[in-house]
Design a protein around this ligand. Structure first.
Ligand SMILES: Nc1ncnc2c1ncn2[C@@H]1O[C@H](COP(=O)(O)OP(=O)(O)OP(=O)(O)O)[C@@H](O)[C@H]1O
Ligand SMILES: Nc1nc2c(ncn2[C@@H]2O[C@H](COP(=O)(O)O)[C@@H](O)[C@H]2O)c(=O)[nH]1
Length: 219
């Protein structure tokens, strides 16, 4: 099933994916982008070093700490936070451009970023989804299996995962990412349902007005 159009007469929806590191949100984000190429992925800026295979402007914009802080000082970040001793943030310009094109925007960010986007001055609809791992042992297996971080980095991320998980009640939906295909299907259903709700909302007051007029005419 292909994605329903996101370009109905409404402004873009901000879709926020958060999870403890390693639960699978980047994997799910990639699948969502493949399902609906009209989605705009918000490429974050970060001060962390690029991993092998990561390209500037694709996975992240890799910035120096000073470069990042300058962006924040200029108001160029929609949200930003310190995560695992590095700075991460969502550049404002591409998000605003996508919204102006009527596109929905996908964020792969932590709970601090999630809070800031939900409270941001953009006044946009947000849809937030928290991804849980099926177990802590499996979370660690996934972080190790990814094979991209040192033991020290992995143990730091495992320690922070409990705090990240404690923010699940702030999200509209929570999914346990056990079977990847099943989680992907659930995620797509959530996005489709929210788009349907938002696209129908403006017509509903007209429909109810007509229904009420019909009641009046029957009296
Ligand atoms: N449902 C799943 N079952 C098994 N492995 C999975 C599943 N989902 C993701 N993975 C694997 O787990 C590893 C971590 O996934 P991913 O990089 O998407 O996590 P993440 O939440 O984006 O992490 P980070 O926050 O550090 O960016 C990857 O190797 C990925 O292939
Ligand atoms: N608040 C934000 N958090 C972000 C952003 N981009 C990523 N992240 C979070 O960082 C961790 C670690 O990512 P990694 O690529 O180093 O593994 C990840 O779990 C995200 O939650 C951002 O723009 N803002």
């Amino acid at each position: 099933m292909s994605a329903p159009k996101s370009t109905a007469a409404r402004r873009g929806l901000l879709i926020i994916l958060s999870s403890p590191s390693g639960a699978g949100k980047s994997t799910l984000a990639k699948r969502l982008m493949k399902w609906d190429p009209s989605l705009a992925f918000s490429v974050s800026a970060t001060t962390r070093a690029a991993r092998e295979g990561e390209t500037h402007g694709v996975e992240y914009y890799f910035e120096s700490r000073t470069g990042f802080e300058d962006m924040v000082a200029r108001g160029d970040m929609l949200e930003h936070a310190e995560v695992f001793d590095n700075l991460y943030g969502s550049p404002r310009g591409p998000v605003e451009a996508a919204i102006n094109d009527g596109r929905d925007v996908l964020f792969d960010i932590d709970w601090q970023g999630g809070q800031q986007i939900r409270n941001s001055v953009l006044g946009m609809h947000t849809l937030s989804i928290f991804i849980l791992p099926p177990s802590i042992a499996e979370l660690e297996r996934r972080l190790r299996g990814r094979g991209q971080d040192s033991d020290e980095v992995i143990s730091g991320r495992m320690k922070k995962s409990r705090d990240e998980i404690s923010h699940w009640p702030e999200y509209d939906y929570v999914l346990v990412n056990d079977d990847l295909d099943q989680t992907e299907e659930r995620l797509k259903s959530i996005v489709s349902a929210e788009r349907l709700r938002l696209s129908q909302q403006p017509q509903m007051s007209d429909i109810v007005r007509d229904l009420n007029a019909e009641f009046e005419a029957r009296q």
